[in-house]
Design a protein. Structure first.
Length: 168
């Protein structure tokens, strides 16, 4: 199971695996039971976890995968607080994970979601490894370089020949 396939669905608790995209919604799979169902687009909104970021500055964000890796690395020394903890405890814990997060735009409800998602994904070993992501990026860059190298060179346009005047 890949982190890129995981989606949060509004109105449904937990995280789901994206199976297929349909014109009227998404087919999602419950990670624990493997049960698949159609989540209609009229009723739900879908957010891929890979697209979520936490505000760190005026225009900067930190990817959720990076935050999850940091939480996993600090798990022994600094275990996550309970999602039912007070707002101050949540903020203090999150500041130890991501010291430069924007306290004005990241609310305690957001931190609760991140902690719940981390616990869920960590129990199932779905948190992405940094080396895997770097390898994907390098492969993507190499393939782009190959495409550029193989791209045909533009042909020179032939000059228009002057038209001969017809004799009348």
């Amino acid at each position: 199971m890949k982190f890129d396939e995981m989606v949060a669905v509004s109105g449904l608790s937990g995280i789901y695996k994206l199976i297929a995209n349909r014109s009227n919604g998404l087919i999602i799979e419950d990670v624990d039971t493997g049960k698949r169902k159609l989540a209609p687009a009229r009723k739900h909104q879908f957010t891929p976890l890979a697209s979520i970021g936490i505000y760190t500055g005026e225009e900067d964000t930190a990817e959720l995968a990076v935050i999850f890796r940091e939480m996993r690395d600090q798990f022994e020394k600094n275990p996550p607080v309970a999602s039912s903890a007070s707002g101050e405890e949540l903020s203090n814990y999150f500041a130890s994970i991501l010291p430069n997060y924007d306290r004005d735009r990241v609310f305690s409800g957001d931190i609760k979601k991140v902690i719940k998602w981390f616990k869920f994904l960590n129990e199932r070993n779905i948190i992405p490894e940094e080396e895997v992501e770097e390898a994907k990026e390098e492969a993507k860059e190499e393939s782009m370089e190959e495409v550029v190298a193989e791209a045909p060179k533009p042909k020179k346009k032939a000059k228009a020949k002057p038209k001969k005047e017809s004799a009348k």
